[in-house]
Ligand binder design. Structure first.
Ligand code: L34
Length: 293
């Protein structure tokens, strides 16, 4: 089967162009643009790269943004105080605390401190709960990005078998809930597989849509995929590659070379789900801004 690429780079560019048009209208009315703040603790190289993409995307869509950097030794109390100050700052429409944070930080307590109205990551249990019940909420960025890719490539989800590998709070669990909801992109029969799943190959081979979000390079191999499946690769893993100048390259969870020929559609890494995550964050920030007006 000849496979088609789900081009996240192109789709995110289109989404961002649509946002830019809305922002131009806002500015034409003499209003200030939406503002996104981001807290980045430490200097994890992957987080640095993701944050660069987020800040650049804000510029592209016409938002203002600020990246608030703190050292790895920030205390829990200092971080909570920073969150509180952003909650109270009327010029900040939405903000995120980039993960992972250092081990001594209690992420749950930090997330709970974020005002749900400014939680443009959609990670606060309030937003998560609303999402799970189909109520109005901010959708977590990566799952939201996956829904947009499926929608914009007209991939039918209703009645399809979806297998999600990985049960994290930020990707696996929410995407499994979203695709089972009664909604335009939804109505799938979802199986959530994880590290204790038995006979994963038998299960994944039933998937019309296979979503891998566990963070292990080359985990999904051709024998695990049904002929003609749609494969969504959420993993971003940096592996050694001596043929590259940098000495490394990015790969997903899927053995792309082996799996792609068997798929109807597949997302590449890089250039697949990653850019869609960033575009979703821009949409959530615009939504936070509009709700405040
Ligand atoms: N708070 N923490 C918070 N919110 C998030 O939504 C995230 N996530 C994940 C990690 N921690 C977070 C992201 O932003 C993953 N993630 C993310 C964002 C952007 C990209 C990938 C993951 C991205 O732009 N990926 C590019 C390549 C980037 C590179 O060169 O390293 C791509 O084409 O896939």
């Amino acid at each position: 089967m000849s496979h088609k690429i789900l081009d996240g780079r192109l789709t995110s560019k289109q989404v961002k162009e649509e946002i830019k048009i809305e922002v131009d209208k806002i500015l034409a009315k003499g209003l200030r643009p939406p503002h996104l703040s981001a807290i980045l603790v430490g200097n994890n190289p992957a987080s640095e790269a993701y944050m660069r993409n987020k800040v650049r995307s804000c510029e592209q869509v016409g938002f203002t943004s600020d990246l608030i950097r703190r050292d790895n030794d920030i205390t829990q109390e200092e971080l909570l105080a920073l969150v509180k100050s952003l909650n109270e700052d009327d010029n900040v429409d939405g903000f995120i605390v980039q993960l992972p944070s250092p081990d001594h930080i209690d992420d749950t307590e930090v997330l709970l401190a974020i005002d749900p109205k400014k939680d443009v990551d959609g990670f606060h249990p309030y937003n998560f709960g609303c999402m799970a019940q189909g109520l109005e909420s901010f959708l977590p960025a990566t799952p939201y990005g996956i829904l947009m890719l499926l929608e914009r490539y007209n991939i039918e989800t209703s009645g399809k078998n979806v297998v999600v590998i990985g049960r994290s709070n930020i990707v696996g669990t929410p995407i499994s809930i979203l695709l089972s909801r009664k909604d335009k992109i939804g109505n799938s029969t979802v199986t959530l597989a994880h590290s204790r799943t038995k006979n994963l190959k038998d299960i994944s081979s039933q998937a019309d849509i296979l979503i891998s979000a566990l963070g292990k390079p080359f985990f999904v191999t051709v024998d695990m995929v049904k002929e003609g499946a749609v494969v969504i690769d959420v993993g971003i893993n940096r592996i050694e590659d001596i043929t590259r100048k940098s000495g490394s390259r990015l790969v997903g969870d899927v053995d792309f070379e082996g799996v792609a020929p068997k798929c109807s559609y597949i997302t590449p890494v890089p250039g697949g789900v990653g850019p869609m995550t960033v575009a979703s964050l821009m949409l959530n920030t615009l939504k936070a801004y509009k709700k405040k007006l």
